[in-house]
Design a binder for this molecule. Structure first.
Ligand SMILES: [Zn+2]
Length: 320
């Protein structure tokens, strides 16, 4: 299903009126420009390893039947579990990673998405010879090949810093991202900060993220995904980031949170909201309790995103 959103993230689903040609049909009207014609499809929060479809997994497994898949989980259909090991294993192989990237782009394109930002943490694996640089190059090659095939979709890449890897690795990731920012003619647009929100402290990543910002990399940071992170969120909002991922507890009633909302609003920082992901991972109990309404009602830029497509069939913890 396509997500109809405008660039500023304001969207209203309304019925057409008698003043419009398609009377009575559902259309998507862009609040920021007060016209439906500026709406386009875009996906801004898509983790590469979280968007591998069942069809792709089956295809890749069929190509390598001798692979040992842990827990014997070889069926990846909807409603049946896939393991994170399955996915991680696939992503350590250049051929597989290239295929995964292309398949994801083609599936988003088939879904009507016109602008797609993928995000992924560079991985290295000695057993397959994969280095972090090769990892990024392989994803970029997949993006390039899709472009050469003439797919009607503009794809960019955010290189992700995994919180669990700590600040030293974060600095290395920033250096890598800076190089690709300069060499990819705008395909690498910035950095993502993600991973286990309980790992490390936001302060640990302030220096590398500041460096990245100075170098011209855009920052899309997962912030306040879990409660009681006001202190680190406030520190990272000081950068300020260019977009916020989730921000589930930015507007919570806990002590310290009252300072966060004004900071976000003053800097007009758009928030990437991933309803299905939040509900599946149980950080939000239901759609009607989701913070989309809070931000939308105050007219703050908020963009509906997918995050992890596989969460529609996998109910465990999010991969990093
Ligand atoms: Zn995310």
């Amino acid at each position: 299903m396509g997500r109809r959103l405008c660039l500023a993230g304001f969207l209203v689903r309304v019925r057409t009126t008698r003043y419009e040609k398609k009377k009575g049909e559902w259309i998507y009207r862009c609040r920021c420009f007060q016209t439906m014609y500026t709406c386009i499809y875009l996906e801004l929060h898509a983790h590469l390893n979280g968007c591998i479809s069942s069809a792709t997994m089956k295809k890749l497994m069929a190509q390598k039947p001798y692979l040992q898949i842990q827990n014997g989980m070889t069926v990846i259909d909807k409603g049946k579990k896939r393991t994170l090991d399955d996915i991680t294993f696939m992503m350590f192989h250049v051929l597989f990673l290239n295929q995964i990237t292309k398949d994801i782009i083609k599936e988003f394109a088939a879904d009507g998405v016109k602008y797609l930002e993928l995000r992924s943490t560079p991985r290295e694996e000695k057993s397959t010879g994969m280095t972090k640089r090769m990892y990024v190059e392989t994803v970029l090659e997949g993006i390039k090949q899709c472009k050469e095939e003439g797919l009607d979709i503009d794809v960019r890449l955010l290189i992700a810093i995994n919180r669990r890897s700590g600040p030293v690795v974060a600095k290395q990731t920033v250096k890598l991202a800076e190089e690709f920012l300069l060499s990819t003619d705008g395909v690498v647009v910035g950095l993502d900060l993600s991973g286990d929100p309980t790992a490390g402290h936001g302060q640990d990543f302030l220096e590398p993220l500041s460096e990245a910002k100075k170098a011209g990399l855009k920052l899309a940071l997962h912030l306040s995904e879990i409660p009681n992170q006001e202190e680190e969120t406030k520190i990272l909002l000081g950068l300020p980031p260019d977009r916020i991922g989730h921000g589930t507890f930015l507007n919570s009633a806990t002590a310290g949170s009252e300072e966060l909302v004004p900071l976000v609003r003053q800097n007009h920082i758009p928030i990437e909201l991933c309803m299905t992901s939040n509900i599946k991972t149980q950080t939000v109990p239901s759609c009607d309790k989701h913070h989309f309404g809070y931000w939308y009602n105050m007219g703050h830029p908020a963009v509906l995103c997918v995050s992890f497509l596989i969460l529609t069939m996998y109910l465990g913890k999010e991969p990093n």
